[in-house]
Design a protein around this ligand. Structure first.
Ligand code: PHE
Ligand code: NA
Length: 452
């Protein structure tokens, strides 16, 4: 059977960008930048983007494009011995798909609440006690399914399933072409208004004010590299699967640069939005901004709702923000599921419809564990393990195999032969020496921190 293909180059890039831009850009990046030296963080961040992000993306795009398979098949073709790496990555992707959908579900709920700010004044109590029901640990409740959490998760599954089931062009590409422009417009509209609110510029000052003393701090560099790998969705089997649907004639170098630059540009834009809002909130509550900043789940579901309460026209800002979160999340969720689905299609020769149904069906059932009141605990645990250990190990193993056991110069010649502009020897230096060395250091530090 002929392999499916993207309908257009823009379609592929939007899908790849859709995968990269996710919850991490909105709630992880701004805080990371703030925590790690503000404006000065951009130096390690851009350095990591150039030395690790772009080379890694080129490498994964070329693997998928050349070997025409999802990760397991692509790695198997590298010499037969490495198929397991593909399945390792596919398993990570499967785990992520299952917990990522919980957060999308919460965002869908909050999209609903946002029209009338039904989260009330105490957004902290609302989220943890009323919504997640964390306080209610009576044995009869523990493990009981929370329908109000399950239903939005079902909606998220249904949308992702529809995209995967309909195929690369009719499903994933079509969804990306609707979702990504919508996301960009919504975020720009939000920023366009928020930047003019009193205090917003103070927030941006906090974000961008460089603390150069941090530049020499190893932790800051580790944070920058960690963020780059996480945000670009590399090492998850995703970009390999997506690039396996590229037509023969494709400009790999250019596509990789575009994907990385759009993603990182979006992150900085999201930083403007989040810190603009936080600055306004600090001013309204007459607090220093250091008391209102937060990250992750707390930022999205506690701080932002509280900020929305204070905004003029909350019933417009609220839905825009949460819809943006839902769209960013769904486009990433679709890509994670495709990494798993395409691997099964390759290996078992299932039809796409069958593979999509099995993947989404079983994923859906397991994900219901997150719709219980143990959900948040479980999520924190899985999230920590994935971000700090699994993802980085997978990237490191991939680099060692591809860059050391194979001839990486072949990859460089391959991509240069089909791309409009060529990449130089720096590419090899980055993937053979710089990135593996840095990854090994970061991973080692994370291990120590985890077991201490
Ligand atoms: N890159 C996404 C983000 O920044 C996260 C993601 C994780 C995407 C796993 C796909 C798979 O949020
Ligand atoms: Na991202």
């Amino acid at each position: 059977m002929k392999r499916e293909q993207w309908g257009s180059r823009a379609g592929f890039i939007l899908a790849a960008v859709g995968s990269a831009i996710g919850l991490g850009n909105i709630w992880r990046f701004p805080y990371m930048a703030y925590e790690n030296g503000g404006g000065a963080f951009f130096i390690p961040y851009l350095f990591a983007m150039l030395t690790a992000g772009i080379p890694f993306m080129i490498m994964e795009f070329s693997l998928g494009h050349k070997l025409r398979g999802a990760a397991p098949r692509a790695f198997a073709q590298l010499g037969g011995k490495f198929e397991w790496l593909g399945w390792f990555q596919v398993s990570i992707a499967a785990i992520i798909a299952i917990y990522y959908v919980a957060i999308i579900g919460w965002a869908i709920s909050y999209l609903g609440f946002s029209f009338s700010q039904s989260w009330g004044d105490d957004t902290n109590a609302f989220f943890f006690t009323e919504y997640l029901k964390l306080g209610e640990n009576s044995p009869s409740q523990l493990g009981g399914l929370q329908l109000h959490i399950a239903i939005p998760m079902i909606i998220a599954w249904a949308i992702s399933f529809a995209a995967i089931f309909s195929g690369v062009k009719a499903g994933i590409e079509r969804a990306s072409k609707i979702m990504m422009p919508l996301l960009f417009i919504m975020v720009l509209a939000l920023i366009g208004r928020i930047i003019f609110l009193p205090g917003a510029l103070d927030g941006l000052t906090y974000l961008f004010q460089p603390d150069f003393s941090k530049i020499m701090d190893a932790k800051v560099w580790s944070a920058a590299y960690g963020q780059i790998f996480f945000t670009l969705s590399v090492g998850f089997a995703i970009m390999i699967a997506y690039s396996s649907y590229l037509p023969e004639k494709s400009d790999i170098n250019n596509n990789a640069f575009m994907t990385v630059l759009i993603n990182c540009g979006f992150s900085i834009t999201a930083g403007l939005l989040i810190f603009g809002v936080l600055g306004y909130m600090a001013q309204e509550q007459a607090k220093p901004i250091t008391e209102v900043v937060s990250a992750g789940v707390g930022l999205a579901f506690v701080t932002i709702p509280a900020a929305i309460n204070l905004l003029p026209l909350p019933f417009i800002f609220g839905p825009l923000f949460f819809l943006a979160l839902v769209v960013a999340g769904l486009s990433s969720h679709i890509s994670i599921l495709e990494a798993v689905t395409s691997a099964l299609i390759d290996k078992l020769h299932w039809t796409r419809k069958k593979a999509a149904s099995v993947v989404c069906g079983s994923g859906f059932v397991i994900s219901m564990a997150f719709a219980t009141n143990g959900g948040l605990l479980l999520l924190d645990l899985v999230d920590y393990f994935i971000n700090n250990i699994a993802l980085l190990s997978s990237c490191l193993i991939e680099l060692v195999i591809v860059a050391w056991l194979l001839k990486i110069s072949d990859i460089r010649h391959y991509v240069n032969s089909i791309s409009e502009f060529s990449i130089g020897r720096w590419f090899e230096v980055c993937v053979r020496f710089l990135s593996p060395a840095l990854l090994a250091i970061i991973l080692f530090t994370n291990f120590i921190n985890t077991f201490n």
